[in-house]
Design a protein around this ligand. Structure first.
Ligand SMILES: [Zn+2]
Length: 248
């Protein structure tokens, strides 16, 4: 499958054609054949918003997991709060993407307070209840521990229920480990749990290198624009055109 918006749309239509209902972590048991669509936002909230527009057009909803500890984006900035609001208005849920590497593990229950605090902050940020959590680059230990978040009141998307009782497939590192289209066509599984990273998708097919290069380039220009907002007469010190170390 290509990493284009059209290819994604076709995959969604194929799921529909084969009778899979688009569900969330709470209601999938109401359907015989279900798909839970999950998006982890590791780098780029703007890309996530673009993806959420496409899904609104397709008439499906998903859960977008955002980091509270990212060095790429700050969910509390005015611009990003607006993005999260629009993703919600597109009919999607916002979940917490939790990065365990950001914390010092002091005892076996170290994560309880950390996740609890991040959920509270995210709820303040989006003005909605946050009912699920996905782990960023989950460790083997955490996967095995099968955390019950807030005593089970909040979904852990890596709970055995969603990994072992679903066909879990992901495009992590821009690679489907299996032929996802073939899996849908074969209808061998009644329950899919899909992790799709909007970051890798584009109107036109791009290689991983191209996606990463243009992301890095945009980040540098964002950085310049932010400096410019916060530095009087920045161009007297550094012109935007002088960012020639980009090698273009
Ligand atoms: Zn992640």
């Amino acid at each position: 499958m290509e990493f284009t918006y059209d290819a994604y749309k076709n995959m969604i239509q194929l799921l529909r054609k084969h009778g899979y209902a688009f569900c969330d972590y709470w209601n999938y048991e109401e359907y015989d054949k279900s798909v839970i669509m999950r998006h982890d936002v590791d780098q780029d909230l703007e890309k996530a918003l673009e993806f959420s527009d496409i899904e609104r057009e397709l008439g499906i909803s998903a859960t977008y997991y955002v980091l509270m500890t990212s060095n790429f984006y700050n969910v509390f900035s005015g611009k990003n709060r607006e993005i999260l609001k629009k993703i919600c208005e597109n009919g999607h849920a916002i979940g917490l993407h939790f990065d365990e590497t950001q914390y010092r593990k002091t005892n076996k229950d170290w994560w309880k307070e950390a996740i609890d605090n991040e959920i509270t902050l995210l709820e303040q940020c989006v003005g909605r209840e946050v009912t699920s959590v996905s782990m960023h680059r989950i460790s083997k230990e955490t996967l095995a521990a099968d955390w019950k978040i807030r005593d089970g009141k909040v979904i852990n998307s890596y709970a055995k229920e969603f990994i072992e009782k679903h066909k879990y497939i992901s495009d992590s590192r821009r690679s489907w480990k299996e032929d996802v289209i073939e899996l849908i066509r074969r209808e061998q599984y009644n329950r899919f749990h899909m992790l799709v990273h909007p970051f890798w998708y584009d109107p036109n097919e791009k290689s991983a290198k191209e996606v990463l290069r243009s992301f890095c380039r945009e980040q540098i220009y964002h950085c310049y624009d932010e400096l410019s907002r916060n530095t009087r007469d920045l161009s007297e010190l550094l012109e935007k055109s002088e960012l020639s170390f980009l090698g273009e």
